[in-house]
Design a binder for this molecule. Structure first.
Ligand code: LLP
Length: 434
């Protein structure tokens, strides 16, 4: 199995997730439904915290990139686990606040924060702005000036590194829409500018290279470029950065072909590269943060669907339709992302029937996964589990075709389960229609 929270019932027939019977959960809550394994989320947070403190030092904190899955209960969990968070909109800030999250531990990203986002975040006491560009720097300065405060910021830089992942989720290259390039000299200019502003407390720098990254040494190269820049700023401007945030992006296992990622080992490798660079450059090691999103929640999640119609087109293709689709699981439609699909109530049967698992939306691209191996007895009413679905599913869900968004059910302690987000009703669908 791709993750250790997937097991099989004693009689061999049912898929268990976080120790609980998925077929029973489908019966209890209906489908489609998102499941989240709270114990796995907490385990990941603790692994990151331990690794950061051990390798980067006691002040280093992992920041959960909440765009991966954002709702009240998860901010509560992050608060209890003493995690920092990365937020990207007033909506995420509002949700975190509603959960009682202490916003002073939050880092506000986005390449285009509006004036009202900036005012709202400051009013609520956001810890840091991760400033993306010069217009934004001035807007933050103006708002901080109006409020007579000194606002902590990091500057987001692009170190010019290709992470070898999907083009749509690469962000660290020089021509990215995010951040300020180091290579062109613009990073130095904005650093100088930030240092000259009265209401700006420049704490350091940030970069994020990409997401679902497995390529060797991407983070190490990122750290080296950023530390060289920090050393350059010390030499040129006499400014020594206090913090360095190396972004998120560690890959997770969607299929058996994806490698396992050892968090402690990965963090230790980045820390070693950073410490070696600091030594070589003659600078202090800044407080280092990273912003894992996917690698905290992805394999803590699953979507359950019920099979509807099955279409066999002899000599061409087979289709197995399920009762959700790209509205709740958009990643195949967007990136052709790979996944593992399992027949959750037929785990004891051989999988020798090849089919495309497709959604119910009126669009040919509404595909969950192609070339899926399923039992040949697959039929209406069977349960399909889409694994590794805890990141960028609910948070990217839409109401396309006016489909209500599914509920999120949290599983914990081997036998408890509770509703963390109610499923939308048809009334919810028309709530804002006048
Ligand atoms: N920090 C920043 C500034 C980011 O932009 C992101 C992700 C992260 C951290 C977290 O990266 P992670 O650890 O989750 O890889 N919708 C796409 C992923 C987009 C990622 C956007 N930024 C997907 O479904 O694959």
């Amino acid at each position: 199995m791709i993750c250790d929270n997937l097991t099989i019932s004693k009689d061999g027939r049912h898929l268990l997730f976080a120790g609980q019977d998925t077929v029973e959960l489908a019966k209890k809550y209906g489908t489609p439904v998102y499941l989240l394994d709270e114990d796995k989320i907490r385990e990941k947070c603790r692994k990151y915290k331990r690794a950061f403190q051990k390798h980067f030092g006691p002040e280093s904190v992992p920041l959960y990139a909440s765009k991966a899955n954002s709702f009240k209960r998860i901010y509560k969990i992050m608060s209890e686990e003493d995690m920092g968070i990365d937020v990207v909109s007033s909506g995420e800030i509002y949700t975190a606040l509603a959960a009682g999250y202490d916003l002073s531990k939050a880092y506000f990203h986005s390449n285009n924060k509006t004036d009202s986002d900036i005012a709202y975040a400051m009013e609520k006491g956001i810890g840091y702005f991760v400033c993306d560009n010069e217009e934004e720097l001035m807007a933050i300065q103006n708002e901080a000036n109006r409020r007579e405060i000194k606002q902590k910021i990091l500057l987001r830089l692009t170190p010019g590194i290709d992470p070898h992942t999907f083009e749509a989720i690469s962000t660290g290259k020089v021509d990215s829409k995010f951040g300020i390039p180091v290579e062109t000299g613009q990073a130095k200019e904005i650093t100088q500018k930030a240092l000259s502003l009265h209401n700006i407390d420049l704490r350091g720098f940030h970069c994020h290279i990409g997401s679902q990254v497995f390529a060797e040494d991407v983070f190490e190269r990122g750290a080296r470029v950023m530390l060289e820049f920090i050393a350059q700023m010390k030499a040129d401007l006499g400014y020594e950065a206090y913090e360095l945030d190396l972004g998120g992006g560690y890959g997770v296992r969607y299929t058996e072909n994806d490698p396992y990622l050892d968090i402690d080992k990965k963090v230790s490798e980045v820390a070693k590269a950073a410490k070696d660079s600091c030594k070589r450059l003659g600078i202090k090691l800044p407080v280092i943060h990273m912003e894992p999103g996917r690698s905290i929640v992805a394999d803590a999640g699953m979507v359950l669907y019920t099979v509807g119609s099955i279409k066999k087109i002899p000599g061409y293709k087979n289709y197995v339709s399920i009762d959700g689709g790209m509205s709740d699981s958009p990643r195949y439609a967007l990136y052709k992302a790979s996944y593992t699909c399992l027949a959750a109530n037929k785990m004891d049967e051989n999988c020798n029937f090849t089919a495309s698992v497709v959604g119910r939306l009126c669009e040919s691209g509404d595909i969950i996964q192609e070339n899926v191996k399923l039992p040949s007895s697959i039929q209406r009413g069977d349960i399909i589990a889409l694994c590794t679905a805890g990141a960028y599913h609910y948070s990217m869900a839409s109401n396309y075709n006016r489909l209500p968004k599914p509920a999120t059910i949290i599983l914990r302690n081997g036998n408890e389960n509770y509703i963390a987000i109610k499923g939308e009703t048809l009334d919810d669908i028309i709530r804002n229609d006048l």
